[in-house]
Design a protein. Structure first.
Length: 167
């Protein structure tokens, strides 16, 4: 296989590494922002993440096109062509570059997955805390003695979460 035909794949993998790396940095920051409950910055981060995901999607489409061309050259179905297969068809330095890029990208993706899970748990904890604080402020929907009845006297009321009812 001609080494030059693999250069576009290497270039695309470098672009993927860059985009996923920047996404990973945002995920680190997102965890801190969630802890600080900084919703304004969290919204900014989400918008940046969407831009990176859009760029990653475009790179992936290009990669699929390039792999289709390479698969014809090596006589394989495009869906069967992996970085490992390309490395087998490549020579020394190109093989090393492919293997390095693959390891780098897999490492970033693994770390991203772990951070996504940690951030998900942080968000769940934040939501549970907010719910508990709201319940403390407005009550939890159980019988209360702090409302006046229809006759102007203090009376017990029960709420079903939407309406107060005299009991």
């Amino acid at each position: 296989m001609v080494e030059q035909s693999l250069q576009p794949i290497l270039d695309l993998m470098d672009m993927q590494i860059k985009e996923h790396g920047e996404l990973l940095e945002l995920s680190y920051e997102k965890g801190q922002v969630i802890i600080k409950n900084d919703t304004e910055r969290l919204n900014e981060i989400v918008q940046q993440e969407l831009r990176h995901l859009s760029a990653i999607n475009k790179i992936e489409k290009k990669r699929i096109g390039v792999l289709a061309e390479i698969s014809k050259e090596i006589g394989m179905a495009a869906e069967d062509v992996t970085v490992g297969v390309l490395a087998e068809h490549a020579g020394g330095e190109t093989r090393d570059k492919l293997e390095y890029a693959q390891k780098e990208l897999l490492g970033i993706l693994r770390t991203q997955s772990e951070l996504n899970e940690a951030n998900r748990k942080l968000i769940e904890t934040q939501l549970e805390f907010s719910d508990a604080m709201l319940n403390l402020l407005v009550g939890d929907g159980e019988t209360t003695d702090n409302f006046y009845g229809a006759d102007g006297k203090s009376g017990k009321t029960k709420t079903d979460g939407r309406f107060k009812k005299e009991i």
